[in-house]
Design a protein around this ligand. Structure first.
Ligand SMILES: *Cc1c(COP(=O)(O)O)cnc(C)c1O
Length: 403
């Protein structure tokens, strides 16, 4: 008899419980409470004709499997695959598409995804169409062509546009299209696309799921077991599975996902509300604000509004000077960590989009994106205020000097 408790003893554990208990106290050998880190590349066979449960770490690894199971449980998936990076996760479902078949992707998707899909389409791996997925007419026209796969990314990056997942799933079902949702911006804590009918969810676990900016990783979660097996086969075949130590750290980060995100969202919401009332700001993009165009759909399909926001500053603000004078926010790409980050998408995260594509996606040079961390709200607001004062004064001085 074992006195070791496991998740099975609770009928339907809440997501917070799944994140906290995954892999805990399951070690039959030493009864370690924290899940062990298994670094071994290969595993011994008792007999050459009896394949063991784990034989080689590219195909399967006990530490990685704890993370795969936890993420699958959190998203309501039958099967999870943990990959080495978020891009490997985004790429994996495209192994299901044949040359000549059509792929739909959001016109304002993550810059790396835009680059990957464009490059693959150029090589003839599939046909590709970028669509404004918030536009009903554009969606109807795109699905009339019976695409093989549609990639959804909501809220979008960097403008936090919200597309209606259930609506896209309905169109995809009647067209026989596989639906894949990139859920990186909200994490399973705030949105569950499989519950809204999607077939596959992908994550960059680099962001909220790990949350400590010390791992690059990804995950692919599939609602259907057979489809999940097929994706796991491709991950092993192409060798994109995640490393054990990365999985160990990511599982450790996952423990606090729910509390981190709740706190970060509270702070982001109040920064968004404060900036929306500032005369030096022309527009705040944050679906949590009541007048945001995405507010209604976000309220319907999300469990929270998240901790990302973008701001278009007024003409008199020099945005580059603004970034240079921020002290608490760090100028960096990426998002979702405990530390607050700031970037100008046009020159940083979205630099791989040419100017025309940036313009089509609505990314101007005066747009600034914030990833709100766990610092005290008062310190973040004070930092923003002092840098806004400097960036506005800087501009006035420069104008005076040149005039
Ligand atoms: C960061 C990111 C990716 C890519 O993930 P990496 O871990 O950097 O490879 C994909 N999609 C979205 C929405 C992202 O934010």
């Amino acid at each position: 008899m074992s006195n070791v408790t496991s998740i099975q003893s609770v009928a339907t554990p809440k997501p917070q419980t799944i994140a906290t208990t995954a892999g805990v106290a399951q070690d039959e050998t030493h009864h370690s409470v924290a899940p062990a880190l298994h670094l071994s590349a290969t595993y011994g066979w008792k007999d050459p004709c009896q394949k063991p449960g784990f034989d080689y770490s590219r195909s399967g690894n006990p530490t990685r499997q704890h993370l795969e199971q936890a993420l699958a449980d959190l998203e309501g998936a039958a099967r999870g695959v943990v990959t080495a990076t978020g891009m490997a996760a985004v790429d994996l479902p495209f192994n299901l598409v044949n040359p000549g078949e059509l792929v739909l992707a959001p016109h304002d998707c993550y810059g790396g995804t835009y680059r990957l899909l464009s490059a693959r389409a150029k090589r003839g791996h599939f046909r590709l169409q970028f669509v404004d997925q918030t536009n009903e007419q554009a969606l109807l026209e795109a699905f009339a062509q019976k695409p093989k796969l549609v990639l959804i990314e909501t809220p979008s990056n960097p403008l936090l546009r919200v597309s209606d997942i259930a609506r896209i799933v309905a169109l995809a079902r009647s067209a026989g299209t596989i639906t894949v949702a990139d859920n990186t911006f909200l994490s399973p804590a705030l949105q569950n696309p499989l519950h809204l009918g999607c077939d596959i969810v992908v994550h960059s676990t680099t962001k909220y799921i790990n949350g400590h900016s010390d791992v690059v990783g990804g995950a692919v979660l599939s609602r259907d077991a057979a489809l999940g097996e097929e994706l796991a086969w491709w991950a092993n075949c192409t060798g994109v599975t995640g490393a054990p130590f990365d999985s160990y750290l990511t599982l450790r980060g996952l423990r606090t996902l729910f509390v981190r995100l709740q706190q970060q969202e509270n702070t982001a919401h109040s920064i968004a509300a404060t900036l929306a009332d500032d005369s030096r700001v022309s527009q705040v993009f944050y679906p949590g604000l009541k007048n945001d165009p995405g507010h209604e759909i976000a309220s319907k399909q999300q469990k929270g509004f998240g901790a990302m926001l973008s701001v278009e500053f007024a003409e008199q603000v020099d945005t580059l000077a603004l970034l240079r004078s921020l002290n608490v926010f760090t100028i960096a790409e990426s998002l979702g960590g405990f530390e607050s980050l700031v970037c100008t998408p046009a020159t940083m995260t979205h630099a791989s989009m040419d100017e025309a594509a940036q313009k089509a996606a609505g990314i101007s040079k005066r747009l600034v994106r914030f990833s709100v961390g766990l610092e005290h709200e008062a310190d973040l607001l004070a930092d923003l205020n002092q840098s806004l004062n400097q960036a506005t004064a800087f501009h006035h001085n420069a104008t005076a000097a040149s005039g």
